[in-house]
Design a protein around this ligand. Structure first.
Ligand code: ADP
Ligand code: MG
Length: 697
């Protein structure tokens, strides 16, 4: 590494005047090295490159004006202030100071020439600028700024001017040694995508020429910003590719065929697999046969039958003398999977174990022992499964259900689990969050994707109605009728507050109210604050038909499967995202009777909410709903913060840069083919230590 490279990689403390206190403030902005300063981009710009005639100013304009003081006085109003009248040939404006010194009063003598900068606003005397930045001019030719003035995001105790000066220092260093910050996007690719070169892009962004359009720059649509956004998106994709390559360098147990066991399993199932399930199983089968870890995502809409696909894959592992594990994001779902797998596998002589964080004492020790000595062939649980103190005898397949609740880190932690046996387990990731294709390609760049695009036959689509809260009594009657016919119902309570406690309280109140209104029904309650065993007890009772109506918080959002439930009431649906509503609604419509979902809203609804709820009424297609969700809420929300980190990018914006996102896969391939050496430094530049961590696990 040359001395020049060090100049930009060096910590910020290598800059003039940066000590420990300032280092800490910069660290809050995620700025640690001199190069980080270069990638700390302005939020917006001020134009101080020209003097605006006073007569053309409008309220809300930020501008430099210059003129002659025509009068100056201290006025008494509600607050004492110094009012300076300034005029040029075109008009007149007032400068108003609420804090001022006698010396300032002296400065603004009639006839003095002043240049100032600030935002014009409508005031008592016409247009006024409060507390402008100003200086008195002695000659007529004082220069204006030669580039637009950047305004940076900053942090408490760090002044804009100080930050600006530091970034100027960083730019100077970069100018002195442009090669210290290599442009890893090769020129032929740059030309293909009409992108400026890195050094030039950084200059434009920090010191835009006077003719640059500040709006365009700040909105991120300028080629210079797009160039950086593209680089960042590319770095994210490369890092996921890297994760994949590293995992696939390890060996995995080859699991050529579990056919005997799988056939026995299928014959005991009350249904046959759909074409889509069989196709996806073929794809999984050929992955499992290879001695390279499978990294496959199965996407399938709510109710498409992913669990049985997971079970078939698990049987291949078990037939190959390995263990299989399935991780679910909530206790309730994990517990339910446990019961499903027990019912399916025990008749085949396969021991199924259950592990969650709440399993304690001797039960926990026993389960861990069974996992370690291999008696437990199939293990179901929450993320507790993949914590440090759980050791498998020989884990061949790890299944992660409802992947949108987990991040890339948890998936990577799996790699360690296999290491005890010297092999890395195959990974099967399942999700019902159908995200649009370009987003999926970016979020899951490390995974192969299979899609179950067919629902099991005989399902009648759920009918959805949107009903105001005033019609609650009718809704209660509807529950009475459904239950009288032997059907079951869910009542889901939502609250806008993040607070678990409040949400549970609301659910309790609703349970009490419904118990009073429907005394003939057996009504149960589940919420997030109950003990795991309590929750499991209630879910069990509901599943076995001992309860008619289940009042729940959104804890039942994922995966819960009670085919006899055919009515769902969702209170305050306007507070949830569309994909979440779709997940919830997917709890009904699992049997062959016609199912209903009542969206019980609290009026008045905004036009936006009305539009969202209309989408739910019009379609049950998860992909359409996801697309609408994306359109209405933006990708950050849809993907969730726990996703791959895609939602927390520095410069790129998945929505604004959607067109770039589409080019990323081909650009990444081109880069890896022609310039593989660029991959690592790009990842480091944009993902820093995090990328290092991905690489190591
Ligand atoms: P999801 O994809 O949402 O996880 P599940 O695996 O919970 O869906 O399946 C939903 C319901 O459909 C379950 O009751 C399951 O037993 C049933 N099921 C799955 N596959 C089929 C099929 N091929 N034919 C009929 N029912 C099926
Ligand atoms: Mg499921």
């Amino acid at each position: 590494m040359s001395a020049d490279t060090n100049a930009l990689d060096a910590p910020v403390t290598s800059l003039k005047g940066v000590g420990e206190a300032l280092r800490l403030k910069l660290a809050r902005l995620r700025v640690e090295s001199v190069a980080d300063l270069l990638f700390h981009l302005p939020l917006r710009y001020q134009d101080r490159t020209r003097i605006t005639p006073i007569g053309t100013l409008r309220a809300g304009h930020e501008a430099v004006v210059e003129g002659e003081v025509s009068a100056s006085e201290v006025v008494k109003g509600r607050r004492r202030s110094l009012l300076v009248r300034l005029r040029d040939g075109s008009g007149i404006i007032s400068l108003r100071f609420f804090h001022f010194s006698p010396a300032q009063q002296q400065q603004f003598r009639s006839g003095a020439r002043v240049r100032c900068f600030g935002e014009a606003r409508a005031g008592a005397t016409g247009l006024e600028i409060y507390h402008p930045e100003y200086r008195l001019l002695t000659s007529d030719t004082a220069p204006v700024e030669d580039h637009l003035t950047p305004i940076y995001p900053t942090t408490e105790g760090l002044h804009q001017a100080r930050l600006r000066a530091l970034i100027e220092q960083a730019l100077e260093r970069h100018d002195a040694a442009p090669e210290a910050l290599p442009d890893w996007i090769p020129s032929e690719l740059r030309q293909r995508f009409a992108l400026p070169e890195l050094h030039q892009a950084l200059h434009v962004l920090h010191q835009p020429p006077p003719d640059a359009d500040p709006e365009r720059l700040a909105s991120g649509r300028h080629p210079a910003t797009r160039r950086l956004a593209l680089e960042e998106l590319l770095a994210h994709r490369l890092s996921l590719r890297e994760v994949r390559l590293r995992i696939q360098q390890d060996g995995a147990p080859g699991l050529p065929s579990g056919r005997g066991l799988q056939t026995r399993f299928l014959t005991q199932l009350p249904f046959s697999l759909t074409g889509a399930q069989r196709r996806v199983l073929d794809e999984i089968g050929s992955d499992l046969a290879r001695e390279v870890p499978m990294l496959r995502l199965v996407q399938g809409d709510v109710g498409s039958g992913k669990t049985v696909v997971a079970a078939m894959a698990a049987l291949a592992a078990i037939a190959g003398d390995c263990q299989a594990a399935m991780m679910a994001p909530t206790e309730i779902l994990a517990e339910q999977h446990y019961h499903t797998f027990k019912a399916w596998f025990e008749p085949l002589g396969i021991e199924v174990a259950w592990l969650s964080g709440k399993l304690k004492g001797k039960a926990r020790l026993d389960t861990k022992a069974a996992i370690l000595d291999g008696r437990a062939r199939m293990v179901v649980g929450t993320h507790a499964l993949f914590q440090g103190d759980v050791h498998f005898q020989r884990l061949g397949l790890a299944i992660i259900d409802e992947q949108h609740r987990f991040g890339v880190h948890q998936r990577l932690a799996l790699r360690e689990k296999g290491e005890a046996g010297g092999l890395t387990p195959h990974q099967l990731v399942m999700t019902a969050t159908p995200i649009p294709r370009t987003l999926a390609m970016s979020a899951y760049a490390d995974l192969d994707v299979s899609i179950i695009d067919e629902l099991p036959p005989g399902r009648t689509p759920v009918k959805t109605v949107v009903v105001p809260d005033e019609r609650r009594p009718e809704v209660v009657t509807r529950i009475r009728h459904a239950c009288a016919e032997g059907r079951q119902a869910y009542w889901v309570c939502t609250l806008i507050e993040e607070s678990d406690a409040l949400q549970c309280q609301a659910a309790e109140a609703t349970r009490d109210e419904l118990t009073e209104a429907l005394p003939e029904l057996a009504i149960g309650l589940v919420h997030g604050r109950m003990k795991a065993t309590e929750k499991a007890g209630v879910m069990d009772a509901f599943k076995h038909g001992e309860l008619d109506l289940l009042v729940a918080t959104t804890v039942i959002e994922v995966g819960v499967d009670v085919p006899n439930a055919s009515l769902m009431i969702i209170e305050n649906p306007e507070r949830l995202g569309l994909s979440q509503l779709h997940q919830l609604r997917g709890r009904v419509g699992r049997g062959s009777t016609e199912s209903f979902c009542v969206l019980l809203y609290h009026g008045p609804l905004s036009a936006h909410s009305r539009e969202r709820l209309a989408v739910m009424r019009e379609t049950t297609d998860g992909f359409r709903i996801a697309e609408k969700d994306l359109e209405l809420r933006g990708p950050g929300e849809v993907l969730g913060t726990r996703q791959t980190g895609l939602a927390q990018m520095k410069i790129a914006d998945l929505e604004r840069d959607a067109d770039l996102l589409e080019r990323i896969p081909s650009l990444a391939e081109a880069l890896l083919a022609g310039h593989p050496e660029a991959s690592r430094p790009l990842i480091r530049r944009w993902l820093g230590d995090e990328a290092g961590r991905y690489g190591q696990v």
